[in-house]
Design a protein around this ligand. Structure first.
Ligand SMILES: [Zn+2]
Ligand SMILES: [Zn+2]
Length: 566
């Protein structure tokens, strides 16, 4: 039975609350929220960084907002979206290239060569001074070396000439042969410097270079439900899941190395690592060129990574720091095994096994993607789908089962050692490398232990060196150059006008971070409003320029048609 209330004449039920009521007022959007929403819509950074620019000739200062450049949406949506757009461009540009991206470096200039020879002489003098134990001279030469190396960097040479002398030479641990990685059972070829795929010629004579799309997963840790939670949590192997998540980047590195050696050319990739529903990481890659699927499967099956660390089981130790002896001790006050002792024990044990071995799961999915096909956009979108979110936010957790699963995995990640220097080693009765009193066992600062990362602590976007031949900064510059070309402007439109000194060169300026409570720092909302207005003008100008360009083309076409019609 339904009850209907009859409305009194003249008092028909209204849509929404009574005007002027509190409820009605609460329905009105907050002005500040609208500013933020509009800023986001127009791609204006929500947490700009204020930089103070001081003109060193006039002494005038000005605060200039630069975007925060966040890559995660929970920090700044517009910046994260911009970062994703750049990544998409980068992936698209490298995928079906038909030429080698990295041009050979320019030959060294005369100036660069003379700096290198000066550096060589200094190395010689330093060596002599060390031999003669003239330590004050060594210090002087070191200063000179530092200066020359700075000059070398300023001269536009990449990398360093030689490792620095500053650090006292630590005796390097000699690794026993047993702890080296075994070679995979794969054919091995010399890797040619080629990075582009093979060209195929169709019967009609057209040439095409297809590329690939590859997905790789990890092994099963126990059966899971549709929502990713384990059927039987008590039998799900959380320990292996945690170790696998932490070491996954190493496995991927090995895979590319093995693949290149197996196929004999310098295969290039761009891809992402992200959690599956079961919260284990998997990886998607765009690969330039084609590789037979059977080869990809073989290499994946043969690839593994061994972690030669002390084997640990359950965290049982309650370590205490002995400040006098500067060692970590167990509950009875006995010093714990040091890192070196633990490694020596592995070396001496003929039956030692690695602490962990990570391999791929059976699921290796490889597909061809032709140049110019509409699959490209979809796949690039797929690779970049989650990159603006932190790992734990990629899949929405709605059920208690899912929450419990995430919690359980995180608890395991919290106590899994992340590196040789991880405080967690103390939980297993081992002092980590370079142990000190400030370590907090079970609370290591390493990213992989954080709930938000799900153990995927490193970079989530992986792009090989010779993918597009450009860095993200290059791609960013390209995007700006495109807009400038469209607007027909040259020079820095988004920069402040630079005062010129008498000889026409730009006046020297100094940049520093402006502090939020500097008296001339406008309130954040004023800065947002200003940036919003600027961006709106900017966008209008772009649209107008586009219209003009389209109109111009249309007129040109019309004229052409007229001419042809005559
Ligand atoms: Zn931002
Ligand atoms: Zn750690």
């Amino acid at each position: 039975m339904t009850v209907t209330t009859e409305a009194l004449p003249g008092l028909e039920p209204q849509e929404g609350p009574r005007p002027g009521s509190r409820a009605a007022r609460m329905l009105m959007p907050l002005a500040a929220d609208v500013v933020k929403d509009m800023a986001a819509e127009y791609g204006v950074c929500l947490r700009p960084v204020g930089l103070r620019r001081t003109d060193l000739t006039t002494g005038q200062t000005e605060i200039i907002d630069v975007p925060c450049g966040a890559t995660r949406e929970d920090k700044c949506v517009p910046c994260a979206k911009r970062a994703r757009r750049l990544r998409k461009t980068q992936i698209r540009e490298g995928w079906h290239r038909t030429d080698e991206p990295a041009p050979a470096p320019n030959p060294a200039t005369e100036e660069q060569r003379s700096l290198i020879s000066l550096r060589a002489h200094l190395e010689y003098f330093r060596d002599q001074a060390v031999r003669e134990s003239k330590w004050d001279e060594v210090g002087e030469v070191d200063d000179a070396i530092r200066e020359v190396e700075e000059a070398i960097a300023a001269e536009g040479l990449r990398g360093t000439v030689a490792p620095a002398h500053d650090k006292p030479d630590e005796p390097k641990r000699q690794r026993s042969t047993r702890r080296r990685q075994d070679a995979p059972a794969l054919p091995r070829q010399k890797v040619q410097p080629r990075t582009i795929g093979r060209a195929y010629t169709a019967p009609d004579g057209t040439e095409h270079r297809p590329s690939m799309w590859l997905t790789m997963t990890l092994d099963s840790y126990g059966p899971v439900r549709e929502d990713g939670s384990p059927l039987d949590p008590s039998r799900y192997d959380y320990r292996r899941a945690a170790w696998d998540a932490i070491t996954f980047p190493r496995l991927l590195d090995r895979f590319w190395q093995n693949l290149r050696r197996c196929v004999g050319w310098n295969v290039q990739y761009a891809g992402c690592v992200e959690p599956q529903r079961r919260l284990a990481p998997h990886a998607h890659f765009a690969i330039r060129g084609t590789i037979p699927r059977t080869v990809l499967r073989e290499v994946a099956a043969a690839t593994y990574h061994q972690v030669w660390w002390p084997r640990v089981d359950k965290p049982t130790c309650r370590p205490v720091w002995d400040a006098d002896a500067e060692v970590w001790c167990d509950a009875d006050g006995l010093p714990l095994q040091t890192w070196d002792e633990a490694l020596d024990a592995i070396d001496e044990d003929p039956d030692a096994e690695p602490a962990h071995v990570i391999r791929f799961g059976k699921h290796v999915d490889a597909r061809g993607v032709a140049a110019g096909s509409k699959d490209i956009d979809r796949t690039v979108g797929y690779i970049t789908k989650y990159i603006t979110k932190s790992a734990a936010d990629c899949h929405t957790v709605t059920t208690d089962r899912q929450r419990a699963h995430l919690e359980r995995l995180w608890q395991e990640l919290r106590v899994t050692p992340c590196s040789e220097r991880c405080a967690n080693w103390l939980l297993y009765g081992i002092q980590p490398k370079k142990a000190h009193g400030k370590l907090r066992p079970g609370n290591c600062k390493g990213k992989v232990h954080q709930r938000a990362t799900l153990g995927i602590g490193g970079r989530r976007i992986l792009v090989s060196r010779d993918w597009s031949g450009k860095t993200l900064a290059d791609h960013r510059h390209d995007a700006r150059a495109w807009v400038k070309a469209l607007l027909g402007v040259s020079g820095g439109v988004d920069q402040v006008p630079v005062t010129e000194s008498d000889d026409g060169t730009p006046a020297p300026v100094a940049w520093e971070l402006a502090k939020p409570n500097d008296p001339d720092m406008p309130p954040m909302r004023h800065r947002l409003l200003r940036a919003l207005a600027q961006r709106m003008q900017w966008r209008n100008a772009i649209n107008a320029a586009r219209d003009r360009a389209a109109q111009y083309e249309q007129t040109a076409n019309d004229n052409e048609e007229e001419r042809n019609g005559e």
